[in-house]
Design a protein around this ligand. Structure first.
Ligand code: PEP
Ligand code: MN
Length: 469
């Protein structure tokens, strides 16, 4: 436990669950735990982080929670997406604006398909920590010696190069991650405030922006038709004197990341004047990953005490009972908009795994928002050792998930993707026909394979068609 002081001038919330405080997780087993070689340096970095301004505000978090509550009831649709792992080096304007732009464009297509407001949530401004299936990795050093080193756990923890120095957990990266998240958010906030995201001019989100990413003709036409219809609808509403249109010069955009490194999350968990609760102010929507959602583990302990909405990844091996206990632990009062269950079953297991889970949670009467992550159950390795995912599998898992919800009488309230606005070649398939042989052209991910710009937009159209039917 780091012996740093907390701000004692803030009111002590009475609403924290019994026995909980921002550091109570330290008493529990930490899955995917990180060993920092120098505890004094870690304590110093955490203390610095505690005193930095928050990245997001409780007002924004509460507003998102209301939107998520609407989505639970089927009144809004959620689009969550971004990199598997952000890197500090990619804190670049073109990369950030391309990511924002593809999410905007997808959301426009989904508004058209779902006839519902779409809430955009980036995996952005903090998605720097990665869980790994093995804590260590064997490999060759520059001098040819074969050694075992800690695995790369994301830029918030260590560096990817295979050297003992790079792979040692470095507490300074907690501060670098915070700073890069702040820089990213600053740019995202400016872009979404006006101009870039003005819904009166969706033609500004034009496709020419992606010079190298020529869309197949049918997709381009479909996108242009969709944006034209939306602008006409807006002009029509304005002609009727609808006042809320002013709001459409800017769009709401929220952030999310996996709350894996509890040093980072807990250091920025605070009370807020006039609110009797603790907030994790690193992001609006933190989630607990598939590998860290143990009921008696540190992550669930930490996340049960904060007022943010909380996501939980759910694989096909999760038992309905276990999921129900997670919901009860994380949201004992069954607060609307609080729990987001992100299912990532895999195309081959979704049809078997979903019905029992959906009906058990429905029968419990608990409020949850179901989101489908069709990426993480569909990772394959090619014969040349590349991780990839097939566009067809990804789409098919969404379709199976929608059908399972329709049959169970529950709502699939959103989708979750690993994607980028860049023209990468990491996932196979889609109209552009990326094959295994193409993967080497631009395989750039720091972790899992992402949909590229064209695949992401095509995915949005395919989902929109299914939502309309
Ligand atoms: C992720 O979202 O990048 C991830 C690791 O997912 P999961 O916890 O579902 O495996
Ligand atoms: Mn991933």
């Amino acid at each position: 436990m780091t012996g740093s002081k907390r701000d004692t001038t803030a009111p002590k919330p009475s609403t924290a669950p019994r026995g909980w405080h921002p550091d109570s997780w330290r008493e529990f087993p930490v899955a995917q735990g990180i060993t920092y070689p120098d505890p004094a340096k870690l304590a110093a970095a955490v203390e610095t982080l505690r005193n930095m301004p928050p990245l997001v505000t409780s007002w924004e978090i509460e507003r998102l929670k209301k939107h998520l509550a609407d989505a639970q009831e089927g009144r809004r649709f959620i689009l969550q997406g971004g990199d598997c792992a952000e890197t500090l080096a990619d804190t670049r304007p073109r990369v950030i604006s391309a990511k924002l732009k593809i999410l905007m464009q997808m959301s426009l297509v989904l508004v058209h398909g779902s006839m519902k407001p779409v809430v955009r949530i980036g995996r952005i401004a903090g998605q720097y920590a990665k869980p790994r299936s093995q804590p260590t990795e064997r490999g060759k050093l520059a001098d040819g010696r074969e050694v075992e080193l800690p695995n790369y756990f994301g830029d918030l923890v260590n560096r990817a190069e295979f050297t003992p120095e790079a792979r040692a957990a470095d507490p300074q990266l907690l501060l670098a991650g915070y700073q890069h998240a702040a820089l990213t958010l600053n740019f995202v906030r400016s872009l979404t405030e006006g101009g870039f995201a003005d819904l009166h001019h969706p033609e500004q989100w034009d496709l020419a922006f992606f010079e190298n990413a020529v869309l197949p003709g049918t997709l381009r036409e479909e996108y242009q038709r969709t944006s034209r219809q939306l602008s006409e609808a807006l002009r029509f509403m304005e002609a009727l004197g609808e006042k809320t249109i002013d709001d459409l010069t800017r769009v709401e955009f929220y952030t999310s990341h996996e709350g894996l490194n509890l040093e980072y999350e807990s250091a920025q968990t605070r009370t807020v004047p006039r609110r009797d609760q603790w907030y994790d102010l690193t992001t609006h929507l933190p989630w607990i990953g598939e590998r860290t959602r143990q009921l008696d583990g540190a992550h669930v302990e930490f996340f049960r005490g904060i007022a943010n909405p909380v996501g939980v990844k759910i694989s096909a091996s999760a038992k309905p009972d276990e999921v129900l206990r997670l919901i009860e632990t994380l949201s004992p009062d069954d607060e609307p908009g609080k729990i987001v269950l992100i299912t990532r079953m895999g195309v081959r297991r979704a049809a078997d795994a979903l019905p029992g889970l959906l009906s058990a949670i429905k029968a419990s009467g608990r409020r949850v928002l179901w989101i489908c992550d069709p990426m993480h159950g569909n990772t394959q390795t090619t014969s040349s050792g590349r991780k990839t995912r097939d566009f067809g599998d990804i789409l098919r898992e969404i379709e199976i998930t929608m059908d399972a919800h329709a049959a169970a009488g529950t709502v699939m309230g959103g989708v979750h993707f690993e994607l980028t606005g860049e023209d990468v070649t990491e996932c196979v398939g889609g109209a552009a026909g990326i094959t295994e042989g193409d993967l080497e052209m631009n395989y750039a991910t720091a972790c899992d394979p992402r949909l590229n710009y064209r695949q992401a937009l095509e995915m949005a159209f395919s989902i929109a068609r299914k939502l309309r039917n």
